[in-house]
Design a protein around this ligand. Structure first.
Ligand SMILES: [Ca+2]
Ligand SMILES: [Ca+2]
Length: 315
């Protein structure tokens, strides 16, 4: 009898731990027979939709042309199962990240899950808006990881688009061109911009009652990630002097941080960083009431947690 109870407790202990593990955002993915890669934002990290696909020539066999196969988490089993997209020789694929963006932060930034025995070379470009592109690296010969630092990509910009162009390395196979199973952002971030007028009255820094709905939806977005650094950046318009606006944005950032701490409770695994900017970073010139409104804002960025960066090899 006692053994039974002991076993029951043991089972409960392990099953409850299992549940906690399931709720963890960060996830490890298999990338070859022996190698794995850890993505701190787990399944959120992947490209979410196709913007365009221009199949190259020679084209791959029909079964390797399903565009949706390069989105979301990787699911490659073997070359015979067509759960990847072949670009065709010199084909071009543009994908959009919609529930996350990506940045050049510490360590490697992007991983392209290219599959199959022939690792075909491809060029990588990135964009904030899907219009202006910058070269961000290339993949070839089994090297599928990209550190945006290698191409001097700025560290304060969030990117949402990625373009892969096959470099005509291997055009004769059934799956001509690079074979893409998934595209994951290692340094994945969530960004939420809030109109400051929704949270605060003019020149005030206590939260308005009517801010509840916005804050609830903000909290819900953040809660997709179980561990993170939350950066809160406050901006004002140019009315009033610099110092006054800096102080106002600092107090407002602090109030938002305190409110989030209160909402998430003391057991939450979040670190907070406030960055008051006052009127120093306007989005548009402060020359009309409408523009001033656009400049009054709180920008929240959810970054991978500190312990992820501490775990990187150079630390
Ligand atoms: Ca995503
Ligand atoms: Ca980097």
């Amino acid at each position: 009898m006692q053994t039974r109870i002991f076993l029951l407790i043991l089972t409960l202990f392990f099953s409850s731990n299992f549940l906690v593990a399931q709720s963890k955002t960060g996830k490890t993915y298999k990338i070859s027979r022996y190698d794995y890669i850890y993505l701190p934002l787990g399944k959120i990290s992947f490209a979410d939709s196709i913007v365009s696909f221009k199949m190259g020539t020679p084209a791959p066999q029909l079964i390797y042309r399903d565009q949706s196969q390069c989105l979301h988490e990787p699911n490659y089993v073997s070359y015979k199962t067509p759960n990847f997209l072949s670009l065709g020789c010199s084909g071009t694929l543009v994908v959009h990240f919609s529930d996350n963006g990506f940045m050049n932060l510490e360590g490697n930034d992007i991983y392209v899950f290219e599959v199959g025995s022939e690792k075909e070379a491809a060029n990588i470009e990135i964009s904030e808006n899907g219009i202006d592109w910058i070269k961000a690296g290339s993949i070839s010969g089994g090297k599928s990881i990209i550190d945006l630092d290698d191409y001097y990509i700025p560290t304060d910009v969030i990117y949402y688009y990625l373009k892969i162009t096959d470099l005509r390395g291997y055009c004769k196979s059934k799956s001509a061109g690079a074979d893409i199973d998934a595209i994951g952002a290692i340094n994945s971030v969530l960004k939420i911009d809030i109109n400051a007028d929704v949270l605060f009255d003019v020149a005030k820094y206590n939260l308005k009652k009517s801010s509840k709905e916005t804050l609830d939806s903000l909290a819900k977005t953040i809660l997709q990630v179980d561990k993170a650094t939350i950066v809160i950046e406050g901006h004002t318009d140019s009315d009033g002097n610099d110092q006054y606006n800096y102080n106002l944005s600092r107090k407002r950032c602090q109030v938002v941080a305190n409110k989030l701490k209160l909402m998430f409770g003391s057991s939450a695994n979040y670190d907070y960083e406030i960055r008051p900017k006052g009127e120093s970073k306007p989005r548009v010139p402060n020359d009309s009431p409408k523009n001033k409104q656009m400049n009054r804002r709180v920008e929240i960025t959810v970054l991978p947690p500190k312990d992820y960066y501490e775990s990187l090899p150079n630390n």
